[in-house]
Ligand binder design. Structure first.
Ligand code: GLA
Length: 384
């Protein structure tokens, strides 16, 4: 943070008065379950977005990205619509969402740094929304419950960006716990418990380098499929509100009532909720091999049932089955490109990542970036 504060002060000619940081996240298991009010096992990572900020008089805001030295300026009276593909949307959107909750902020000058990979599936946008929100909270004394801050970020995606995403990304960025995965329930919107990664094992993130931009993807179409499947299932089982309420047995019995595609979408979501709960049980019994197997099953279901994988991600997961040291692998996050996550013995992690990288390069010609990921803490902010 000290470096960001120095750069900020040199650039703006005055020191920031508040700062915040928010991490990216990994979805460990529980793919596309959040907006179906289901369960997810996720974690925050050590890659974070940092924001430093100072309130100024008037209506004119400046936001500097110290990664590439770009700057955005906007007037608080003129932020109602998003500018296509501009990163500043994630900042203006937060202010718009706060206004909807009756909260006004004043003008500010702010700067950011980030180590969260962009457009990879590690929630760089949620990290930015959360870091901005938390800085504004400190600067303007905003009182909102942590889960409501996650809803502000989700509101930016849903309303400002038009992506009908769930709460997972912002929620994980806020509620993440160092060295632990969190099991979250997206009906009650709470962390049910934490689960440590078995000691001696690491998560290796391998980026397929195929940009994943969910706004332009079929994400919203998948959500619609899930909702229409849930509506049909509710006609058969009146207690069903979302796919979270459906058991595997109920789904199997109702197959003829659903379209073929809807059935596969529902099978993915119901299967993922089941896998999340099974994972927690396996972790309690220190069954790492079983836990890793669930990652492979999750990916297979993404590939076949939810169709949110890509040939590149499939290949990375295929490599995990042959490279020594790999216990499990899957796409993580929305899908349609971006990262895969691999469960690997820590002592093998570096060698494993290099071998997968080499195999991927031979087949695709693409240099996949990798990170041996440590699990970090949730977002924080403070006055300076
Ligand atoms: C994206 C969305 C999340 C969640 C995941 C898939 O990351 O932003 O809300 O739906 O995809 O689980």
């Amino acid at each position: 943070m000290e470096k960001l504060i120095e750069k900020y002060t040199a650039f703006f000619g005055a020191a920031p008065t508040v700062c915040s940081q928010a991490p990216g996240r990994l979805e460990i298991l529980g793919n596309h379950t959040d907006y179906n009010q289901g369960f997810v096992l996720s974690c925050a990572v050590e890659q974070v977005t940092k924001v430093a900020l100072r309130p100024v008089d008037g209506k004119h805001c400046k936001f500097k990205d110290f990664r590439d030295n770009s700057i955005r300026e906007f007037d608080l009276d003129n932020i109602d619509t998003a500018i296509p593909k501009d990163w500043c949307n994630y900042i203006k959107g937060v202010i718009v969402e706060l206004r909807k909750r009756g909260i006004e902020v004043g003008a500010f000058e702010a700067g950011m740094e980030s180590t969260v990979p962009l457009s990879a599936g590690m929630s760089s946008s949620a990290a930015l929304e959360t870091a901005v929100g938390f800085s504004l909270r400190e600067a303007f004394g905003i009182e909102l419950a942590p889960a409501d801050w996650a809803r502000v970020g989700q509101g930016v995606e849903n309303n400002y960006m038009g992506l009908k995403s769930g709460l997972l990304d912002q929620f994980s960025s806020i509620f993440g716990k160092k060295d632990s995965m969190i099991l979250s329930d997206f009906r009650t919107v709470e962390v049910l418990r934490t689960a440590a990664l078995p000691s001696g094992y690491s998560i290796v993130v391998i980026n397929s380098m195929a940009k994943h931009n969910l706004v332009d993807s079929e994400y919203n179409v998948r959500r619609q499929d899930c909702e229409s499947a849930a509506e049909k299932l509710a006609q058969i089982y009146p207690d069903v509100k979302t796919l979270r309420d459906v058991s595997m047995e109920q789904l199997a019995a109702a197959e003829p009532a659903l379209g073929e595609r809807e059935f596969r979408r529902a099978l993915h979501v119901v299967g993922e909720c089941t896998r999340v709960m099974k994972a927690v049980e396996l972790l309690e019994n220190n069954d790492v091999a079983g836990f890793g197997q669930l990652w492979f099953e999750s990916h297979e279901s993404s590939r076949v049932n939810f169709e949110n994988s890509t040939p590149e991600l499939d290949y990375l997961v295929e490599l995990a089955k042959s490279v020594p040291g790999g216990l499990g692998a899957r796409l993580s996050g929305g899908g349609f490109g971006g990262i895969s996550i691999h469960l690997v013995k820590s002592e093998d992690a570096e060698e494993y990542a290099k071998r997968v990288q080499a195999g991927y390069k031979t087949r695709t010609g693409i240099e996949a970036e990798y990170i041996i990921c440590a699990i970090g803490d949730g977002a924080s902010s403070r006055k300076l």
